[in-house]
Design a protein around this ligand. Sequence first.
Ligand SMILES: [Mg+2]
Length: 305
Amino acid sequence: MRSHAKNVNYRVAERDFKYYIFDWDDNILHMPTRIHLEKRMPDGTWVPHSVSTAAFAVVRNDIEHFRAPAGVWDKAFSDFQDYDNENESRFLRDAREALEKVLSGATKPGPSFHTLRQTLVEGRLFAIVTARGHEPESLKKAVRLFIALVLTPDEKEEMLANLRGYRACFDGLTKFGSDEEELEYYLGLNRYHAVTNPSFKKWMADAAGAGAAAEKAKQFAVRDFVEHVSKIMSRTGDHEFRNPISVGFSDDDPGNVIAVEQYIQTELARKFPGIKFCVYDTSDPSLNNGRKVVVSGQLDLGLQS
Ligand SMILES: [Mg+2]
C-alpha cells in the first residue's frame, strides 16, 4: 500500500527568492504559429507569405519587401488571438505540437525551456509576458500542459512538496488541499500577460494613460509582476527579507531586452532598491539560457550625471 502522507519541503524557507519573467515564443518554445505577411516580388506585386516568429524577428524591419496583408496588422497576427467559437485556444494547440516535437527530439527547446522547467519544479513564482493577444487562461493552460508533459513523476512530486512547503512556511498551513488544488493555487499566483490582448490593452490604458505606446507594454507587464511579487513578500513578514530577492527577465527579441533593461535602470531599480534584476538576452539560440546582464540598483550609482 502506498503511504498517503504528504511530502512537505519546509526547507524552502531558507531559499533565496528568485523569480522569473519569461517571454514565450523562441524563448521557451519554437511554436508552429505563423505570421501572415505579404512579400514583394521583383515585378513589384505583393503575394501572401507566412513566416515563423523567428523569421519575423529578422524581416520585421524590412518594409521594402514585407508588409502586413493590405497593411492590416491584425490580419498578420490573426493566429495569435483567441476566438469565441474555438473549443481550444490556438495557443494551447500550438504549444502541444511544439512540446511534442521537443520531447521526441525533432526540434530543440527554446533557450529558457530548462529554466522554466526548474522554476516549476522549485515552485517559484513566475510570469509569462508575450506580445501575443490570447486570454491569460490560455497561457495558464499551456503552462499546465508543460508540467504534465515535461516534468517526470519524480519532478512532479518534488514540485508538490515544494508547493506545500511554501504554503506551510508562508501561509501557515498545516493541512493541504489535493495535489490538483495546490497546483491550481500555485498557478493562480503567477502572472500571464499577453500584452496585445484587448483586456490587457484596456487595463494598461486605464492605468498608464490612453497614449501608452505599444512598446511600453512589456515594461508595464514587468512592473506589474515585480509589484505583485513584492506584495506577496510583504505579506510574509519582515524576517523573511533576509533572503536575497532577484527577478530575472528573458526574451529573444533584442529590442525588448534593451527596452526592459532601460526601464529597470531608470525606474524599477530606484523603486525596488532591494531587488537584484537580471536580464537574459536569448537571441543567440546556440547559447543555453542566453547572455546574462545584471542590472541592479547598486550598479547605477555614480553613472547618472
Ligand atoms: Mg520571443
